[in-house]
Design a protein around this ligand. Structure first.
Ligand code: SF4
Length: 447
């Protein structure tokens, strides 16, 4: 169970020396309890207190990483049940599962599909993060060869060895050990061999059981064998079981400090029907799975899951925003259209994308409205005629504008009269209400 600020305070030197950057030991203790400070900031704390606090301040869900390099994926470290309490930490890993019974060409194609899945959305790079290779052929040599082939075709992608045959897993693990794959397939029948294999290569071990009780028994065995990095799979069969199991794990780890379930969860969402699979995967993304196995990576499906994941794993306390500036699109001349919007990331990327789609050189003035969208910023008094006029008169980047015409979002057409008063010599034009009207609007002006 996490320690309270007062419990932590009792372990500190209580000299109020301020070396930690806080005015008192109690203030520092409160920040430690909220996980907003690190004990290393106090140079005078005893080693004993450090050890106690270090243990108490470790995240209730153990943090770990699959893979190496830039595309290694982090899991765990979660502290809260609900996103509005603080934020979720490590976005769940979407992993494409392929079976070793496919032909080499098919496997190469699926691996390349994962490697090429990356898209840019609202300024973030999103992708299918991992490739899971499932052992179904019954041929250990074939499995090792397929794992090697997949590793070569997706050179930086995190790998999951989805295999319950200890012999086959051993050959495959040896082939790609340097890539630090997840070894996913420890069961009641093979736990000793799998734990030994994970320990030998320093791999995370995925433990599968029929229900959480069995998984907890197996994780205890793996831990006793010296494997500390574990992920759990209680084999939920339905979306409802995913919610029930995952909620139970998260609640026990976070609310009760139960270390026996303090590990990330992997959920196999593979279904025959791709629509059903996507719906089940969405449930797993929304309800605490750290790794979600899927069997198809079509673009529509990726976009749905990427968007859901991105929305859940952004920090609700920090509006997503882009810097205030005049963005130049397609090398505009001085008399190119000048549009204005707010600095909410989603607004900026949607509007900028539509301006690019128009293929008409233009300027997009993005005004700092503390990350609020156009209507919200207007309603909050941050996107008013006065403030817009001040930005146009004093902001940077307007010196290249020669035509003195400002295109405002259609949703704030009401500002046009006041803006003409505040910006003498400027023509105020009302643009489309929705961003998708921008290409036709700009092309119509250029014609
Ligand atoms: Fe207290 Fe340590 Fe901070 Fe000094 S540095 S105020 S002793 S917590």
């Amino acid at each position: 169970m996490a320690m309270t600020g007062v419990e932590i305070f009792k372990l500190l030197p209580k000299t109020n020396c301020k070396k930690c950057g806080f005015p008192t030991c109690l203030a520092f203790a409160m920040k430690l309890a909220q996980r907003q400070a690190d004990i290393s900031a106090c140079p005078d704390v005893s080693e004993e207190a450090k050890a106690t606090l270090g243990e108490a301040s470790a995240p209730p869900i153990r943090g770990m990483k699959i893979g190496t390099g830039e595309k290694a994926v982090k899991m765990g470290e979660e502290n809260v049940m609900f996103r509005h309490e603080k934020r979720f930490v490590n976005p769940c890993v979407l992993a494409l599962n392929v079976q070793d019974s496919l032909s080499d060409d098919e496997l190469g194609g699926r691996a390349a599909e994962v490697a090429a899945s990356e898209i840019d959305r609202v300024g973030q790079r999103l992708r299918v993060d991992a490739l899971s290779i499932e052992f179904v052929s019954g041929d250990a040599a074939r499995y090792a060869a397929v794992v090697k082939l997949a590793a070569d075709k997706a050179p930086d992608t995190a790998l999951i060895l989805n295999c319950t045959d200890a012999g086959a897993a051993k050959a495959a693990a040896e082939a790609v050990a340097a890539r630090k794959p997840l070894l996913y397939g420890a069961t009641a029948a093979n736990i000793d061999d799998m734990a030994a294999l994970a320990k030998e290569h320093g791999l995370i071990l995925g433990v599968r059981g029929e229900g959480l009780d069995e998984v907890v028994d197996l994780t205890a065995k793996a831990k006793a064998a010296g494997v500390n990095d574990l992920v759990m799979d209680g084999s939920p069969k339905t979306a409802r079981e995913i919610i029930e199991q995952n909620t139970q794990v998260r609640r026990s780890a976070i609310k009760k400090g139960d270390k026996a379930v303090g590990y990330p969860v992997i959920t196999n969402c593979v279904r025959e029907d791709t629509m059903v699979e996507t719906a089940v995967a969405a449930v797993a993304v929304a309800k605490y799975s750290a790794i979600v196995l899927i069997s198809h990576a079509e673009k529509w499906k990726n976009l749905a899951l990427f968007t859901l994941r991105q929305n859940l794993y952004t920090d609700p306390q920090v509006p997503m925003q882009v810097p205030q500036k005049v963005y130049e699109i397609a090398d505009p001349a001085g008399d190119a259209p000048l549009m204005i919007t707010t600095n909410f990331s989603l607004t900026y990327f949607i509007v900028a994308g539509e301006v690019e789609n128009a293929k008409v050189p233009a300027r997009l003035a993005v005004m700092d409205c503390e990350g609020l969208s156009v209507l919200t910023a207007w309603a909050a008094g941050k996107f008013t005629a006065n403030k817009i006029a001040q930005y146009i008169n004093e902001g940077e980047g307007f010196d290249k504008v020669t035509n003195k015409e400002l295109i405002i979002p259609g949703q704030v057409a009401i500002l046009s009269g006041a803006l003409e008063d505040k910006l003498p010599g400027w023509k105020i034009t009302v643009g489309p209400r929705e961003a998708n009207g921008i290409p036709a609007f700009l092309k119509g002006r250029a014609a």
